[in-house]
Design a protein around this ligand. Structure first.
Ligand code: M6R
Length: 368
């Protein structure tokens, strides 16, 4: 069942190229245009919406955070991302011009189910991005865009996260095609980039042992900070969540730009900091994060840097570098998160913990 891997999580990390490829599969017509037939929401309604609100919890919410960057850029309408349990018990501004996107691997997360019901009561259309066929969220939504990650057994979500980003990117490109905010050849260009991702994820997996060595060398750490900027920010949050839930190590993710507003006070000699660096082909973003690495290093941090192949600017300030293949900015989360998953998985294994079934957690949280 585990495909020869020691744990489901190891298997599911290795399933990721296929999860992305399968989520892309069959979603274009013969001309290469995006065809999301299952969207069963009237095109006139999708043309009229003036806001998207993503509701989700945990890792699924971080996928929503990533999607916000891409969808706003492509579709030019505001995207809010809200934890489903917070959305439900305040008085959110939602109406028939709002598209609520509920992201959930299981489709059974009670907090997200309640948010879906609330949104529909307010007259919003709800689109579910779920992995489990026939699940409650799939049944109770107006339409479903399935992620095709296959069954995810380990409590810590890995391949569902990548499939959720892929599916929400397809949604964003579809809306930009429908609403004319991107030319068709631009949409095709992004689809081509997405199609290259499975191969790039394989390249990251090929360096798995380097990441595992780093994790083993850090098995006694008690706190790890994660920094990222732009789409690297939700990746940092996801890296921290994986470490907390699997290895029971205190971990926090920060927006790199926020460091100077407080968190930098945490940096002391030897504090491990993992930094997700944007591609050098976005020089303004890149330079800012490189200077953040420099700042934490100058205060004694042990810096573990996730950087693109050939990025030499990080070298003077990195204690350790984990290389990822060159990837366009918006696609980076799909490769940059993989070493963070491996890192958390190996650290937990090195500590002798149950990787698939961490303490106190359930795979699907069916209570509010
Ligand atoms: O099934 P869902 O995607 O709705 O689950 C949401 C969260 O409970 C889930 O992502 C949780 O945070 C995972 N344990 C993260 O690894």
């Amino acid at each position: 069942v585990k495909g020869g891997y020691p744990t489901f999580m190891d298997k599911e990390i290795h399933d990721q190229p296929k999860a992305v490829a399968d989520t892309l599969l069959g979603r274009t017509d013969e001309q290469g245009n995006l065809q999301l037939d299952e969207l069963r929401i009237d095109e006139a309604i999708l043309r009229r919406i003036d806001k998207i609100i993503v509701v989700a919890c945990g890792t699924a919410a971080y996928a929503g955070h990533v999607a916000k960057y891409a969808v706003e850029h492509w579709v030019r309408i505001p995207v809010e991302v809200e934890l489903a349990h917070e959305f439900r018990y305040r008085d959110p501004v939602v109406n028939e011009k709002t598209l609520v996107v509920a992201i959930s691997q299981s489709g059974e997360t009670m907090d997200t189910i309640m948010a879906v019901r609330h949104a529909r009561e307010q007259g919003s259309k709800v689109l579910a991005v779920v992995n489990t066929y026939g699940s409650t969220i799939a049944r109770e939504s107006d339409a479903v865009l399935y992620t095709h990650a296959g069954p995810e057994v380990a409590v810590a979500s890995t391949k569902a996260f990548l499939a959720q980003i892929t599916a929400t990117y397809l949604l964003g490109l579809y809306l930009s095609q429908l609403r004319g905010t991107k030319y068709l050849d631009e949409v095709a260009g992004y689809l081509t980039e997405l199609a290259r991702l499975p191969e790039k994820i394989e390249q990251v997996l090929a360096r798995e042992e380097e990441v595992r060595d780093i994790a083993r060398s850090m098995r006694d750490v008690t706190s790890v900070l994660f920094l990222g900027r732009h789409v690297g920010y939700p990746v940092a949050l996801e890296g921290a969540l994986k470490l907390k839930e699997l290895a029971y190590i205190h971990a926090e993710g920060f927006a790199a730009g926020e460091l100077k507003h407080g968190p930098i006070a945490l940096i002391d000699t030897g504090q491990p900091v993992i930094i997700v660096v944007p591609t050098p082909r976005r020089p303004t973003l890149h330079a800012k994060v490189v200077s953040n690495i420099q700042e934490v290093r100058a205060r004694g941090a042990h810096t573990i840097v996730i950087a693109e192949e050939g990025d030499t600017d990080v070298e003077p300030y990195a204690d350790v570098i984990i290389r990822i293949p060159a990837t366009p900015t918006l696609m980076t989360p799909l490769v940059a998160v993989v070493p963070l998953q491996i890192f958390a998985c190996e650290l937990a294994t090195a500590k002798g913990l149950d990787v698939d079934q961490p303490r106190n957690l359930a795979k699907s949280v069916t209570v509010e």
